[in-house]
Design a protein around this ligand. Structure first.
Ligand code: MN
Length: 228
């Protein structure tokens, strides 16, 4: 063991459904505009855009079930997403081998300070202050692929205070999970512990303190997150 000059930060880890073991997180990649209807609502052209990615920080993932309304924003949006957890990685992974690297899946929210993100877009600056803030990615328990398989279709929906806001189907993703893994591995070396947020269907909208968000991904159950 090396000695550390300061207290080493804890390993970020997520609960696994039906297990006492935890899933340790290494990196978090997020794809933008991966459902056609959401791409259109954000002003994009879904037919011609190559995939693009941004990152959140590992410790932005938060399984607590509470989302503290973040500072410096008056327009914080929910984005309901399927999270993909890798157990291994590499570079130049072919699409037809990509799912061999998946450990499991979880429901997740890519919470976004939309006002800050929009400003940064206009200024052609990076998105971190809009996307990678504290506890910006509430996440449910990880469901191992060894138990649930690899969901490629199924309903993904988000309700706020019981009213449906977002609804889509995993098979509406423009870039499917194996394609995302393969594409990312051409640009980065992927590894076990990496998490990919796979994009959101249309219907993103603002939340307020006191709201209760309920995310449901078919096959993964529901996740309830309270805005505090
Ligand atoms: Mn997103």
């Amino acid at each position: 063991m090396p000695s550390f000059a300061i207290e080493p930060p804890p390993v970020v880890s997520l609960p696994i459904a039906g297990s006492d073991a935890m899933f340790p997180v290494r990196r978090v990649y997020c794809i933008g505009r991966n459902y056609a209807a959401h791409s259109i609502e954000m002003g994009g052209d879904p037919d011609r855009e190559a995939p693009f990615f941004f990152q959140k920080n590992p410790d932005n993932l938060d399984p607590s079930g509470e989302f503290p309304y973040p500072p410096n924003s008056t327009d914080v949006h929910h984005e309901a997403e399927l999270a993909v957890m890798l157990k291994s990685g590499g570079v130049n992974i072919p699409v037809d081998r990509a799912l061999e690297h998946v450990y499991g899946y979880a429901p997740a929210l890519d919470m976004t300070r939309r006002d800050l993100q929009s400003e940064q877009k206009k200024l052609r600056r990076p998105w971190e202050i809009g996307k990678a803030f504290e506890r910006s990615a509430p996440v449910g328990p990880v469901h191992p692929a060894s138990e649930i398989g690899h969901p490629s279709d199924g309903r993904i929906a988000l309700a706020v205070n019981g009213a449906l806001r977002q609804e889509g189907d995993l098979n509406h993703m423009i870039w499917k999970v194996p394609e995302m893994i393969s594409y990312l591995s051409d640009y980065f070396e992927l590894a076990g512990g990496d998490v990919i947020l796979s994009g959101t269907p249309s219907g993103v909208a603002a939340i307020a303190r006191g709201d209760v968000m309920e995310l449901e991904v078919q096959g993964l159950g529901a996740m309830t997150v309270r805005v505090v």
